[in-house]
Design a binder for this molecule. Sequence first.
Ligand code: AMP
Length: 231
Amino acid sequence: MTDPGGGPAASSRGRRILLLVGPVGAGKGTQAAALSGELGLAHLASGNLFRQAVLDGSPLGEQARVYMERGDLVPDDMTIEMFMHELSKPAAARGAILDGFPRTVTQARALDATLARRGEQIERVISIEVPMEELVARVAGRRVCPECGTPYHVDSDPPKVAGRCDNDGTELQQRDDDRPEVVRARLEKQVRPMLEVLDYYDQKGMVQHVDGTQPIPAVTTEILEGLRDGW
Ligand code: AMP
């Protein structure tokens, strides 16, 4: 669909570093997967990277685990170090989509400064925007098979037989933190720092605001067209 790594912005600034911003349920993971495939970029999702570090039992994982178990943010210096390490891997040679980081303006400033020291900068911040009540409905409709892990959604991706996994017939479950009241609380906690980060980049004219209520492929197309043509 696009020329991966191409375009004037990419060629004049080296590899592409994109930020994907959006609250839980906005479709960030889905879009990150589509974009990383389309553009040949690594998808670096902070939560996944930290969880993997914990599973690996690495020194970073051991330190991060303490904060994660408390539901706190991992300290900025550790988070930045982890991302810079991931960005130095061959998988990110063409660039990366950063997902879940930066989560605070302090992290955003530190990321910008660290990239600048390496002669790099963020090319674009993509904000996927969906109204709060739709987010709650989306997340609250998620179901997962406890046996094989297949995800479903009661409205947009239902199983063939209601409440049962297509693969093994196991009764589907809702994750505790996908219940509506929990989702609303998670969203409220996430939204303020996220808006502050967006505002920081908006002031630099770097944010592409994308209507996340459109069908999934339309959101991907809008983002790719924005990257190609400006917005
Ligand atoms: P998530 O899956 O994105 O909810 O992240 C899971 C956990 O990883 C969070 O609760 C934090 O402890 C940690 N984490 C993820 N992203 C960041 C970040 N940008 N800064 C600090 N901690 C983070």
